[in-house]
Design a protein around this ligand. Structure first.
Ligand code: C2E
Ligand code: MG
Ligand code: MG
Ligand code: MG
Length: 289
């Protein structure tokens, strides 16, 4: 009813809404200004070799420092950005900021490896992502091998959307592509084989109870063997416990990220981590012993 009355009846409309709808509207309103007001930040979570816990990479994770609401998780505001056209500009900002950081860490002799950023499905579909990525790499004089893009499973599996074509163009550019939250979607393995991806990230929902739930342990083992058969790299997400780390190493998953090692940290803190361990190199973890 409120909507039919048109834009001038804003007041009436808000009176009708529940608290969560109001919260959501506040977020959407704030998000429009977040970029201009420098409220967004990119933080980095280390990816580590699970046997030595040495840092072998990192994932760029978006943070929003809201002036009243404090730190807001991307899980809360990315969906809102996706419903408006904001995801394109925010996504581009994340790529630009990540590449600027990669440039400065390379200049400081701290980084010789690859950093991953998350890409939204809509950003892949509706923005000219290939052109954007090449322009940003050029801007910071970076080779495409320094950047990894994580795409969630359901987005990558969307056969009708021309997604495969876009992924192929990114791969041709030299970008390392990986599938995020693997195991939660509905991958067909034959389709997975045709995608130009280099790695899979096991979703954290399987890792969470791995050490005490037989099904989760079995699923994780199955994903490890799929990755091995298809020659894909593997990262376990959400490793929080030593038992989980041990299980993964034993079963041959050699790379992981999670609170056991580090949360996502601001760029300065990530640089400190790199300084402590020496230059981050592009490590090929290879086959387990
Ligand atoms: P994701 O890409 O699967 O990222 C992993 C999430 O798990 C991150 O949450 C990370 O902080 C969290 N995490 C890492 N280790 C652990 C752990 O040991 N335990 C637990 N409980 N959680 C852990 P975050 O940063 O809140 O991001 C949530 C999601 O938001 C991401 O899931 C990703 O899908 C999306 N996202 C984040 N940054 C961006 C971005 O720049 N662009 C887009 N399109 N999406 C983003
Ligand atoms: Mg991710
Ligand atoms: Mg994930
Ligand atoms: Mg996730």
């Amino acid at each position: 009813r409120a909507k039919e009355r048109g834009k001038n009846n804003f007041q009436f409309y808000t009176a009708d809404m529940n608290a969560s709808a109001i919260e959501r509207m506040k977020l959407e309103y704030g998000l429009h200004r977040a970029l201009a007001k420098n409220e967004l930040e990119v933080w980095y979570q280390p990816k580590v070799a699970l046997d030595s816990t040495r840092i072998v990479g990192a994932e760029a994770l978006l943070r929003w420092r809201h002036p009243e609401m404090g730190m807001i998780s991307p899980g809360q505001f990315i969906p809102i950005a996706e419903e408006s056209s904001l995801i394109t500009s925010i996504g581009e900002w994340v790529l630009d900021t990540t590449c600027a950081d990669i440039r400065s860490w390379r200049d400081a002799g701290l980084l010789d490896g690859r950093i991953a950023a998350n890409i939204s499905g809509l950003q892949l579909k509706y923005s000219n992502i290939v052109e954007t990525v090449s322009r940003i790499l050029k801007k910071y004089d970076l080779d495409s091998s320094v950047l990894e893009l994580e795409i969630t499973e359901n987005v990558a599996m969307d056969e009708d959307s021309g997604m495969v074509e876009v992924l192929h163009r990114l791969q041709t550019l030299g970008i390392y592509l990986s599938i995020d939250d693997f195991g939660t979607g509905y991958s067909s393995l034959s389709y997975l084989k045709r995608l130009p991806v280099r790695g899979l990230k096991i979703d954290q929902s399987f890792i969470k109870n791995l050490h005490q739930d037989r099904d989760d342990a079995a699923i994780t083992q199955a994903i490890i063997s799929i990755a091995r058969s298809l020659g894909l790299d593997l990262v376990a997400e959400g490793v929080e416990l030593e038992e989980q780390r041990q299980f993964l190493v034993e079963k041959g998953c050699l790379c992981g990220q999670g609170f056991l090692f580090s949360r996502a940290v601001p760029r300065e803190e990530f640089a400190e981590l790199l300084k402590k361990q020496g230059v981050l190199q592009l490590v090929e973890l290879g086959e387990p012993a």
